[in-house]
Design a protein around this ligand. Structure first.
Ligand code: HEM
Length: 91
């Protein structure tokens, strides 16, 4: 993780899911633990980008893209994605 990302607020997958272009006005997607705000992108209008939807962790889906993760460079990193701790992991 880049040092500048360490101080970002954290969000869970369900909080990220609300930023899918339908529930809330923001359009966010996560890549390798970092959440990017792609609301301004014409290519992510309504939270849809080709066959991909915002509000999710799209790390694995980037493998199918005709571009690299450099596409995120011009978008603001707004948070870090954290997994909620499952009960059985506390035992
Ligand atoms: C079938 C899969 C995909 C196709 C065909 C596709 C196609 C494209 C094209 C043509 C562009 C604009 C040109 C460029 O920057 O290369 C673009 C930009 C972008 N893509 Fe994808 N993409 C795909 C998957 C993904 C995935 C999975 C993500 C997220 C992990 C993603 C994130 C982005 C972002 C953030 C941009 C920049 C948008 C902008 O500059 O407004 N793409 N994509």
């Amino acid at each position: 993780m880049l040092p500048e990302h360490e101080s970002l607020p954290t969000y869970t997958l369900s909080q990220l899911a609300l930023r899918n272009g339908a529930e809330k006005p923001e359009i966010w997607c996560a890549y390798q633990g970092i959440i990017y705000n792609v609301s301004k992108s014409r290519l992510w209008r309504n939270g849809q980008h080709y066959e991909h939807w915002a509000g999710q962790d799209l790390s694995e889906e980037l493998e199918d893209a005709p571009h690299t993760a450099r596409v995120f460079d011009k978008f603001e990193a707004v948070g870090r994605l954290i997994e909620p701790v499952k009960e059985d992991e506390n035992e």
